[in-house]
Write a new protein. Structure first.
Length: 214
């Protein structure tokens, strides 16, 4: 009987220690996760001020233990260099006009104008390709010799599902036989293999010419 009581007492003493140890480990992991999140957010705040045309934020719902371990391995300078690379990627977005065509008018107020749609390829480093569409109308001379006026009606994007586009403004400038069309907007995309998302103001410019199907 004494042996049974002795074993029970020993077990009672060991179990709290085991639970306490597991709880301590969990608390330590949570503390480190919070610490690394604060490091990342603090560094991003600094970089967002430096790179005024781009903003990068943390999506805490995608903050994982693996990413915490990755960040923990960086000292402060290495962390800044790592995060700054994403801003540089955003600064290297390229564009190229791939198509300009006439489309049917959807607004009765513009039936005297020619409605056109330009498609521009947008290359986002580490993400993939996005196609921007810019809808604009054009007023040309009766003899089709020159552009007279026009304006941007809308712009939108298609392509990578991880990105969204919010149009901001558009401009149309007629210069004789050429028209310069520009659309500005905010492109937001998730950065692969991270809990980060970047928002970049992009400006897409393309040139329409009087010889392009008028």
């Amino acid at each position: 009987m004494k042996k049974i009581i002795s074993f029970a007492l020993s077990l009672a003493l060991v179990l709290p220690v085991t639970f306490t140890s597991a709880s301590t480990t969990a608390n330590a992991a949570e503390t480190d996760s919070t610490k690394q999140l604060q490091r990342v957010e603090s560094t991003l705040t600094e970089l967002n001020k430096e790179y005024v045309d781009s903003t990068i934020e943390v999506d805490t719902s995608k903050w994982t233990e693996d990413y915490v371990n990755q960040i923990s391995a960086y000292n402060d300078n290495e962390l800044k260099e790592y995060l700054e690379g994403f801003y540089k990627d955003a600064s290297n977005i390229e564009t190229k006009t791939v198509d300009i065509k006439s489309v049917d008018s959807k607004e009765k107020g513009y039936v005297t104008y020619l409605n056109r749609e330009g498609t521009v390829w947008v290359g986002v480093p580490s993400l993939g390709q996005v196609f921007m569409h810019i809808l604009f109308n054009v007023n040309v001379a009766n003899d089709r010799s020159e552009f007279l006026s026009g304006r941007v009606l809308d712009s939108w994007q298609e392509g990578v599902a991880l990105s969204t586009y919010k149009p901001q403004s558009g401009s149309f400038e007629a210069r004789g036989t050429k028209a310069y069309i520009r659309a500005k907007g905010l492109l937001t995309y998730g950065i692969p293999k991270t809990p980060l998302s970047a928002t970049k103001q992009i400006s897409v410019l393309f040139i329409d010419e009087i010889t392009n199907g008028y």
